[in-house]
Design a binder for this molecule. Sequence first.
Ligand SMILES: Cc1cc2nc3c(=O)[nH]c(=O)nc-3n(C[C@H](O)[C@H](O)[C@H](O)COP(=O)(O)OP(=O)(O)OC[C@H]3O[C@@H](n4cnc5c(N)ncnc54)[C@H](O)[C@@H]3O)c2cc1C
Ligand code: FES
Length: 270
Amino acid sequence: MPHLHHSCQEQAALFQPVIADIQDYSRGLFLLALEDLPEGFSFKAGQFVHIRVSSSDHPLLRRPISIQRVHQGRLELLIREVGVGTQLLHLSKPGDRLDVLGPLGTAFSPIQPGERVLMAGGGVGVAPLLAVIDQAAVGAAGDLCYGVSTASEIQELDPFQRKDCFFTFHFSTDDGSRGHQGFCTDVARLLAGKQVYNRIYTCGPWIMMQKVFEIACGAGLPVEASLEVQMGCGLGACLGCVYQSTDGEFIRSCIDGPVVDGYTVEWERA
Ligand SMILES: Cc1cc2nc3c(=O)[nH]c(=O)nc-3n(C[C@H](O)[C@H](O)[C@H](O)COP(=O)(O)OP(=O)(O)OC[C@H]3O[C@@H](n4cnc5c(N)ncnc54)[C@H](O)[C@@H]3O)c2cc1C
Ligand code: FES
């Protein structure tokens, strides 16, 4: 099994960045860029920030969002509006300040020179996988299977096209408007059959990650998954994010995850 990176909560900061830009894609998807970060702010791909979405007490709980990139002093987040919290974020305006805690949680294992990793991301689940590519060592390689409903949900990927690494993007859309018509797991399954990978990473809807786990089992590969379990404090204190692993241990997704060894997850639950 891969050795997953331990949680780095001790480096987490509470800060109030300014919204620099909000870029809209279709179906409630948007890219939020924050600036005025703490000096030296950095993160490991897979980690998340916990955002207070309102200055009032409603909604009370922060919302966890994976970090896609920190570039030229801007922290970039890819968000889909699904409920009141993400709607409030979407309604924010450039110049507004947010209350942010992070970076929090565990990270994907970095891709080293000479390694090749297969990745499968669905919707906003692609964000931490793009972070993996952004942070991969020179000479690293991989394939990213990127699945969305329709082509207009695919963001600008030029910032993630690296000349010093060997990453290939494989798109899938439900409506066939770009790439393979169907699921990104269809493409991942074919690629995994080539037996050229060191391991698999995944983030997205539960059912998608469950399929990726089955693909990893079939190919005999380690798999790391970023779990979107609902959270409270984000700091290991409230136990609001606990689930039971296959070996009976109680896992706190916020500090023992969100990135976990896929073989420890009870995929059949719920
Ligand atoms: C570690 C982590 C990283 C995440 N990264 C991203 C990201 O990069 N971009 C992004 O858009 N979203 C991400 N999410 C999911 C995001 O946190 C939720 O969509 C958000 O909290 C929903 O808040 P809301 O107030 O808009 O919706 P709510 O009103 O709270 O909920 C709307 C609906 O979504 C369901 N729901 C809410 N949160 C979750 C969840 N975590 N898992 C399953 N169902 C849920 C609710 O049951 C409800 O049906 C991440 C979650 C985690 C745990
Ligand atoms: S969210 Fe509070 S313990 Fe994980």
